[in-house]
Ligand binder design. Structure first.
Ligand code: NAD
Length: 347
């Protein structure tokens, strides 16, 4: 598997060179209402009347089949074909949604990701997982469809609100633990966008590329990237259900903490400086949630629908006594409930 990651701040020149190299009959760029400002930063797109821009309302609640249908309708009306290119310009919602459309439209068209959020840059745009939510359940419908290119640039981060920076750093925290390299742990998450640590960004993106290159279909190793995501996705879905949506990263941060607690109680992982640092960082920046931490009954339907499960068992990634990560660990509802209720991990 080869994943193209291109780092440049000369985005407009890069895209125009890229497009000249291929014989696309039409080009569409997908943005959301907030990332339209990024479109304006790319003269090649902004000044080219032949490029169709489709902008959707922002937010996770739009990562749905309804939006897929609306966009597909436009592409058909505008005579897009298999020789057409889709450019996803936005955060993880845009790359998940647009990537999914690219994977099914006319049975698959080429696309490139230009991520504009930290979450998109270090995680969502890389690896070819695409999809939409279904009835508040995260990513229940989707596909593996690799982008032809991923363009990593920090120029778009200038307009990213700080709350979204912190949101994205949750995945960087996860990588630092998986990689066992706290050198790349973002510590001061309140830094503003002009101070974003490029070294951390590149390290995260390269770590994800490396894992996906080794196990694209997620038959083994790639599963470790789901650390924090069983609980995190369930909390994120629950927040949508109760109409108090929280960012993906905020949910994942709590997921990391709860799954670390489960690792300590059932998988031989010991409390040490590493787990303490995780607790401090997450309780400082991501806690409390805008609603009470749900109990296992509130989360059950989401936990049971998690894509990592099989044989009717909830499976998650847990840290072990060597501080390495095991995947496919079977965890009971009671063990999850104990961790959720054990607020000692927040102190
Ligand atoms: N496919 C994968 O491997 C993968 C991995 C991680 C996350 N995800 C998915 O990604 C999504 C979360 O990504 P996200 O946090 O980027 O969400 P998002 O796309 O909703 O972006 C967050 C917010 O920031 C705004 N925004 C983005 N870039 C901006 C910019 N440069 N300037 C101003 N505003 C900007 C967006 O409009 C949105 O309001 C979730 O749906 C999650 O499931 C997918």
């Amino acid at each position: 598997m080869h994943i193209n990651l291109s780092y440049t701040n000369q985005v407009s020149d890069y895209i125009s060179d890229y497009i000249l190299r291929y014989n696309y009959d039409k080009i569409v760029c997908l943005t959301d209402e907030n990332t339209e400002v990024c479109y304006e930063q790319i003269p090649y797109l902004r000044d080219n009347d032949d490029i169709l821009k489709i902008s959707i309302p922002s937010g996770e609640s739009n990562k749905t089949l309804e939006t897929v249908e609306q966009i597909t309708e436009i592409l058909i009306e505008e005579n897009f074909s298999r020789q057409s290119l889709l450019i996803n310009l936005g955060g993880g919602v845009i790359s998940d949604l647009g990537g999914f459309i690219a994977s099914i439209f006319k049975r698959g068209i080429p696309y490139i990701n230009i991520p504009t959020s930290i979450m998109g840059i270090i995680d969502a745009s890389i690896g070819g997982k695409t999809g939409v939510n279904f009835k508040h359940q995260k990513n229940q419908i989707g596909s593996f469809h690799l982008p032809n290119d991923i363009l990593i640039s920090t120029i778009f981060l200038r307009s990213l609100p700080q709350v979204e920076l912190i949101n994205g750093w949750a995945e960087a925290i996860k990588y630092a633990y998986l990689n066992q390299n706290l050198k790349y742990l973002p510590i001061d998450l309140k830094l503003d966008t002009s101070e974003v640590n490029i070294e951390i960004i590149q390290n995260c993106a390269e770590f994800k590329r490396e894992i996906v290159n080794r196990d694209y279909n997620e038959s083994g190793l790639r599963k470790i990237l789901n650390f924090g995501h069983t609980i995190g996705h369930a909390i994120e879905s629950y927040s949508q259900e109760i109409n108090q949506p929280i960012g993906h990263g905020y949910a994942i941060a709590i997921g990391l903490l709860v799954e670390m607690q489960i690792s300590i109680s059932v998988n031989g992982c010991s409390e040490n400086d590493l787990s303490q640092t995780l607790k401090q960082l997450i309780s400082k920046y991501y806690y409390p949630l805008p609603f009470d931490l749900p109990n296992v009954v509130n989360l059950e339907k989401y936990l049971n629908a998690d894509k990592k499960n099989s044989d009717g068992k909830i499976k998650m990634v847990l840290c072990n006594r060597e501080f390495q990560f095991d995947y496919d660990c079977i965890v009971s509802s009671l063990e999850i409930e104990n961790a959720l209720q054990n607020e000692v991990w927040l102190k």
